[in-house]
Structure formats: structure tokens, C-alpha cells
Design a protein around this ligand. Structure first.
Ligand code: NAD
Length: 307
């Protein structure tokens, strides 16, 4: 049985980590969150220690490690804290299993690679679309078909007014929309179609980011928004606030279901030493970092939602 600690325990995504730790037969020994609304812990690990201060959490883990071992620190805190919390985890003698985006900048990946070599402990991340059954099947189909594809990716996920007031819309803390929400898709695209050859940003606003990219095996028009006014009218009329569409050569890829328990699958792989590491996420981190700073413009065709 592996011993886990968890940061960001009061947040939205933390219960999926608690469930994954439990479902894989392991134990949460301690959790950290400056916000103390963490009653959810009782549903999974009522025996876990809880801390609101990072220093006390770290001291506890240091002692816990000496006494009974600490194997993994799961990190579900805001994005800008991933890098320091990963460093802390490796220095404590544990592997880090960190939420997406693993870090905000590519140089941090290099520094973490050096720390992996120094400590002998690993950094793992959650790239859960890579374990989605429909996308795994698509990847196999594309590999068999070969050729160069035309892809249109549209992802609208309506967020309330709270989003714009939270750390998630503070570029310094989250990396911005393309990083915080888009990183899943940029990783998926590179995983399906190869490395990025060319990139254009056509819109970069508080609630919308869109552009074009040329990958080794596809050209992609992409559009991401957190404003539900972009959900197609007929779906909005039915109360839908999310719209997800990927077409490959005009054919819609169906992957709306199958999202539950992907964290547990990522945990299974990580525990088996086959999780996603620093190099797996490099292209997506580099791409999102470039989208954050690239001057909007370029000649490639606009995504239909921008027309
Ligand atoms: P959230 O704001 O709901 O939760 C973050 C939690 O971290 C909060 O409870 C906050 O109090 C806590 N926190 C703040 N400072 C901290 C610190 N110093 N130490 C420990 N905890 C601290 O955000 P969320 O939506 O749960 O996102 C958390 C992470 O998970 C982010 O990295 C986000 O990108 C990622 N995420 C991943 C997915 C996915 O599908 N894989 C989905 C949503 C979020």
C-alpha cells in the first residue's frame, strides 16, 4: 500500500484524487489546503491528517516519511504552485503526481528534470485524455490511415462570473485560458498528430482564445471559450453550457462520454511506472507558453466561430 499526501484538498478536482487513491488500494496520510472546507476528506480518508499551513504540512511529511514512508504527493493546488510543490515533494523523497498544466513554462521542465536526476524521484502528471477509450481508438485509427488531416477543434465550457474573479483568470497564477483549459487539447493534438510546426493566435481575450496550428500530420483550427454565448443556439436553448466538437476531415469524433474515472486510470498507470512524465507534457507546455505571448495575427484561415 502506497502512502499519499495531497495539496489543494478543498478544491474542485481534489475529490477525484481522493477517489483514485482509494480505488487503487492506497492511503492518504495528509492533506493541505489554506481553505478549511474539507469535510469531503471524511468520505474517503477520515484518518488523514489535515493542515492549512504549508510549513506544518511539510514538517509532518518529513517525519511521516521517516516513520512509515511517503511515496507520492498529489498536487491539486493552483497552477503557479505546482512547480514549488513538486520541488518540495521530490526533496521529501516522494514522487509528485501533479495536475495539469504540470508547470507554466518550459524552463521549469528542465529544472525539474535536473531535480529528478539529483533525487532519483519522478514527476508525473495527469493527462487524462490520453487514457480516454474513444481517443485511444482514434489514435490507433489515425496511425493505420496515415496522411495529413484537416482538423477543427471547438471547446466552449461556460463558466460563471466567479471564474473571472478567481486565480483561474489571473494569467500569472493560471497561465490564462489556453493554458488552464486548453492544455488538455493541445496535448491531445500533439499526441494524435505530432509536434507543432507552426502556430498562429487569432484571438486572445479574457473569455476566448483561438488560432491555427500546423502539426506534423494535421492542420488545426482551434477555438476555446468560457463564454456560453458561443454554445450553438439550439443547444443553449436546451440549457447546455458546454459544447465540445472535434472534426477530422469533416467527420465528427464522438467522445462526449467516458470521462468518469480517468483520474483513477492515470493513477493506475503511474503506480505501474507507466504514467505521463516531464517529456510527455513538454509539447503542450511549450505550445501554451507560446500562445500566451504570441502577437495575434497571421494568414491562416480563421476558425468558423471567429467569422
Ligand atoms: P480550485 O480553486 O477549486 O482548488 C484549488 C485549491 O487549492 C483551493 O481549495 C485552494 O484553497 C487550494 N490552495 C491554494 N493555495 C494553496 C497552497 N499553497 N497549498 C495547497 N492548496 C492551496 O481549483 P481546481 O479546479 O480544483 O484546480 C486545481 C488544479 O487542478 C489546477 O492545477 C487545475 O488546473 C487542475 N484541474 C484539472 C482538471 C482535470 O480535468 N485534470 C480539472 C480541473 C482542474
Amino acid at each position: 500500500m502506497k502512502h499519499f499526501a495531497l495539496t489543494g484538498a478543498a478544491g474542485y478536482i481534489a475529490p477525484r484524487h481522493m477517489k483514485a487513491i482509494k480505488d487503487t488500494g492506497n492511503v492518504l496520510v495528509a492533506a493541505l489546503d489554506p481553505f478549511e472546507s474539507v469535510g469531503i476528506i471524511d468520505s474517503y480518508f477520515p484518518e488523514a491528517e489535515f493542515f492549512t499551513e504549508p510549513e506544518a504540512f511539510e514538517a509532518y511529511l518529513e517525519e511521516a516519511r521517516a516513520a512509515e514512508g511517503l511515496d507520492y504527493v498529489s498536487i491539486a493546488a493552483p497552477n503557479y504552485l505546482h512547480y514549488p510543490q513538486i520541488r518540495m515533494s521530490l526533496r521529501l523523497g516522494a514522487d509528485a503526481l501533479c495536475e495539469k498544466p504540470l508547470v507554466l513554462g518550459e524552463d521549469e521542465l528542465d529544472r525539474l528534470a535536473a531535480l529528478e536526476a539529483e533525487t532519483g524521484h519522478r514527476v508525473w502528471t495527469v493527462l487524462q485524455l490520453r487514457v480516454h477509450p474513444a481517443l485511444v481508438a482514434l489514435r490507433e485509427k489515425l496511425a493505420a490511415e496515415g496522411g495529413h488531416k484537416k482538423v477543427v477543434l471547438t471547446y466552449v465550457t461556460g463558466r460563471g462570473k466567479w471564474y473571472l474573479k478567481s486565480w483561474k483568470s489571473d494569467v500569472k497564477k493560471s497561465g490564462g485560458l489556453a493554458t488552464n483549459i486548453g492544455v488538455h487539447f493541445f496535448d491531445m493534438l500533439a499526441w494524435l498528430f505530432g509536434d507543432v510546426q507552426q502556430l498562429e493566435v487569432h484571438a486572445r481575450e479574457e473569455q476566448v482564445v483561438a488560432g491555427y496550428m500546423e502539426l506534423e500530420r494535421a492542420e488545426v483550427s482551434w477555438f476555446l471559450a468560457i463564454d456560453d454565448r458561443y454554445v450553438p443556439t439550439e443547444l443553449r436553448a436546451q440549457g447546455q453550457r458546454t459544447y465540445r466538437s472535434i472534426t477530422v476531415d469533416g467527420e465528427e469524433i464522438e467522445f462526449s462520454g467516458g470521462f468518469t474515472d480517468l483520474h483513477t486510470e492515470v493513477y493506475r498507470r503511474t503506480l505501474a511506472g507507466q504514467g505521463f512524465g516531464l517529456e510527455d507534457t513538454r509539447t503542450a507546455i511549450r505550445t501554451t507558453e507560446r500562445i500566451r505571448t504570441l502577437k495575434p495575427g497571421g494568414r491562416a484561415p480563421r476558425h468558423p466561430f471567429l467569422e
